[in-house]
Unconditional design. Sequence first.
Length: 69
Amino acid sequence: MAYLLRREKKLENVKHEMAHLGINVLGISETRWPGEDDYKSDGLRIINSGEESQRGVAIILDKGTANCV
């Protein structure tokens, strides 16, 4: 459970910074988020793939960009 809480807190920080800086597409490496996933959170689309301990990548798209993909 602690893992999920840390992940959500970090994701909230990323969402805040994307909005503050006007970033439409953000690529992240070394995410350490297990498995493959494609979901929405507060209008952002998050696509990730990786293993629990390393080599994870993610793309976060704002609402406008996510509608084009």
